[in-house]
Design a binder for this molecule. Structure first.
Ligand code: NAD
Ligand code: DAU
Length: 339
């Protein structure tokens, strides 16, 4: 595991992972392979591009020829696949690109890995389990029951990865992550959206009653969880990565507003997300058995994330004033006008 291809390495979790991995494994070489969609931003790794251990190939994971050539040129021995379309609301507005990238793109990576006999680690999500009844925590062996176009595309990718392990003996591992928060998360997602709106004194659009439950895990703990699986995990296995604790979205909003010292009067309950999953919750004992444990509990994770947005306006202000505006209008103008 000296030569890594990190797909989606300019996105939120991918860039945090690249920074973490190079810090822990300075002997490694990392090639970031990224299409640089709206969510993929070179500036997320601005401090590292001068490093001789890091390079960038701009490309689509669906491009079989370019992925194959990149792996051969850089003697890649591990692919870590973060690349995806990732926002549930965007998957409701325009679902087809989710199939292109998340399903076909992952399939192309599997074909390259099979051809060149490369280990592949795939980043999946707790959303593949669907929404979870109150008394249950998802186990890695549970059936997948995705309910949004995003979650369905991630479930298809997850199952393709497992099928390649079974059929071809491809060395693969999968991690299924909970909701991550932390630095460089694109402000379409709830925590950075609410934090940046709060800082700007704008309304906080809470979907429905706001009692949906999520495990808001710090991205640092996702990175250490992936590292634990890469170094000590059993090839062919799936591992949940989260804190095992949940809170409601209203509790998350309270933490964001209190951390930033903003008024709770900003909260608006708006029309719910179609098919909104009520609760995600995962059992993370299998990962803990590898010697991993989270550093942050969800309350600390949300507070730390909110603080990062207060301290890094130069990162998100250009995003919020650019193409993001059109998306925000489409997603929220009518909803907020009704409140
Ligand atoms: P993100 O949207 O911030 O970044 C996605 C990255 O993938 C971007 O850099 C983008 O340019 C790149 N990308 C998109 N399409 C591509 C393509 N066709 N070819 C190459 N690159 C492409 O996403 P994120 O939140 O960092 O999520 C990373 C991974 O983790 C995803 O697979 C996601 O499903 C999974 N995940 C996310 C969370 C979360 O809370 N954010 C939780 C669990 C799992
Ligand atoms: O659970 C893991 C998943 O977490 C990842 O696989 C996805 O890539 C990631 O986007 C995230 O999905 P969610 O839909 O859970 O996250 P999001 O930040 O979009 O929303 C979190 C919760 O907040 C969810 O219950 C919906 C709600 N929400 C979201 C937005 C954007 C609101 O109430 N208002 C909003 O404006």
């Amino acid at each position: 595991m000296k030569h890594l291809l990190v797909t989606g390495g300019c996105g939120f979790i991918g860039s945090n992972f690249v920074r973490y991995w190079l810090g822990q494994h300075p002997e490694s070489r990392v090639v970031v392979y990224d299409k640089l969609t709206y969510a993929g931003r070179r500036e997320n790794l601005a401090d590292l591009w001068d490093s001789p251990n890091l390079s960038l190939v701009v490309g689509d994971i669906g491009d079989l020829e370019l992925v194959g050539r990149t792996c051969q040129n850089h003697q890649i021995d591990l692919i870590v696949n973060f690349a995806a379309e990732t926002h549930v609301d965007q998957s409701i507005l325009g679902p087809l690109v989710f199939t292109d990238t998340n399903v076909r793109g992952t399939h192309v990576l599997l074909e390259v890995a099979r051809e060149l006999n490369i280990r592949l680690h795939h980043i999946s999500t707790d959303e593949v389990y669907g929404h979870i009844a109150d008394e249950h925590q998802s186990l890695e062996t549970d059936n997948l029951a995705p309910r949004s176009p995003y979650a369905a595309s991630k479930a298809a990718a997850d199952q393709l990865v497992q099928a390649y392990a079974i059929t071809y003996g491809l060395p693969v591992t999968i991690t299924r992550g909970a909701n991550n928060v932390g630095p460089y998360q694109y402000p379409e997602k709830a925590v950075p959206l609410f934090a940046t709106n709060a800082i700007l004194g704008e309304a906080i659009p809470v979907y429905g009653d706001g009692l949906q439950m999520r495990d808001y895990a710090h991205v640092h703990d996702h990175c250490t969880g992936i590292e634990a699986v890469l170094l000590r995990g059993v090839v062919g296995e799936v591992y949940n990565v989260g804190t095992g604790k949940e809170m409601t979205n209203l509790e998350m909003v309270d933490i964001v507003l209190d951390t930033l010292g903003q008024s709770h009067d900003l909260v608006r309950h708006v029309t719910d997300r179609p098919g909104h999953d009520r609760r995600y919750s995962m059992n993370v004992d299998k990962l803990r058995a590898l010697g991993w444990q989270p550093k942050y509990d969800p309350k600390q994770a949300v507070a730390e994330a909110a603080k990062w947005y207060a301290q890094n306006r130069a990162w998100w202000e250009p995003i919020r004033s650019g193409e993001f505006r059109a998306y925000y209008e489409q997603q929220y103008a009518e909803r907020l006008a009704k409140t």
